[in-house]
Design a protein around this ligand. Sequence first.
Ligand code: KG4
Ligand code: ZN
Length: 335
Amino acid sequence: MEDISILAIETSCDETAAAVVKNGRDVVSQALYTQIEIHKEYGGVVPEIASRNHVKKLPHVVEAAAHDAGGFEQIDAIAVTNGPGLVGALLTGVSYAKGLAYTLKKPLIPVHHIAGHICANYISHPELEPPFLCLVASGGHTQIVWAKDYTEYETLGRTRDDAAGEAIDKVARVLGLPYPGGPNLQELAKHGDETKYKFPHSFRGETHLDFSFSGLKTAVINLLHKFDQQGQTYRKEDVAASFLKNVADTLVKNTFEAAHRTGAHALAVAGGVSANEQIRGAFGKRAREEGVSLYFPEPQYCTDNAVMIASCAYYEFLKGTRGGLELNARPVMEL
Ligand code: KG4
Ligand code: ZN
């Protein structure tokens, strides 16, 4: 089969990213402009500011990725994340990708952001093939997905309120850590005692595979309020470690329960939260105990990037998925 190189664009949140990937697996080039420093000032992503910066940076990021891949003539198709995500941010990428595909007379391929996160594992693990089970845990989503095939997914469980990353960022914020909360909380937790505080686990004894993180988040906030009111001293490190242990335990419990039910022998984890060292450790320990093959993307492909979108687009391309000039951004979109 002839080689297919796809240039993908990702602008669903606060990373402005473009990448070229060959045959869904080989990274040819990538460029990423992170807006973290801009949003830090506000303690979180400001959607309008994210959109404006995508508009400003996207042409440069796309040019850089195309240049490093040997020019636009080396590209067979243009892919873009069209949902889910921040609508204004998505629109900047979708509009740019449509213009590019039209000008270059190349096919346009819309990609689901969550499917992209799952496909990040194909980049880091050339031997991985569906079917496998995948936990996607990010700032906007937490769901357990049965990846039946390269383009066919079934969601077995999902959060009913906060995403894991959302709860992590919130707890980091109340602990006074700067944005982005996740990586900073991880570092703090390394110096803490994870057994110090017992926070509640949601849906104990229930048979479904859904998650809930808002109760846990509130329990942490209430504890910190209590300490402050009573003038009680505490170590932030211990709170961070105990909280992350709770999140990790819940993610591990439901994901391995799903693995038992589906009979999956291969298990992947993806999304920004899968970069977390404590969570990776908890999954690793359980996978060894159960003799299950475990896959994580390399940390740079856990958080939002265009490489994962280009990987996903390759399989959609082979299936015949195409977007026209009517393609629109879809802030909410089922997998
Ligand atoms: O996948 P992602 O980059 O964007 C979304 O699609 O939402 O995920 C971002 C989330 C944020 O909540 C961020 O704090 C979290 O992933 N995150 C982490 C780590 N790196 C990113 N959480 C814990 N530990 C980390 N090392
Ligand atoms: Zn994401």
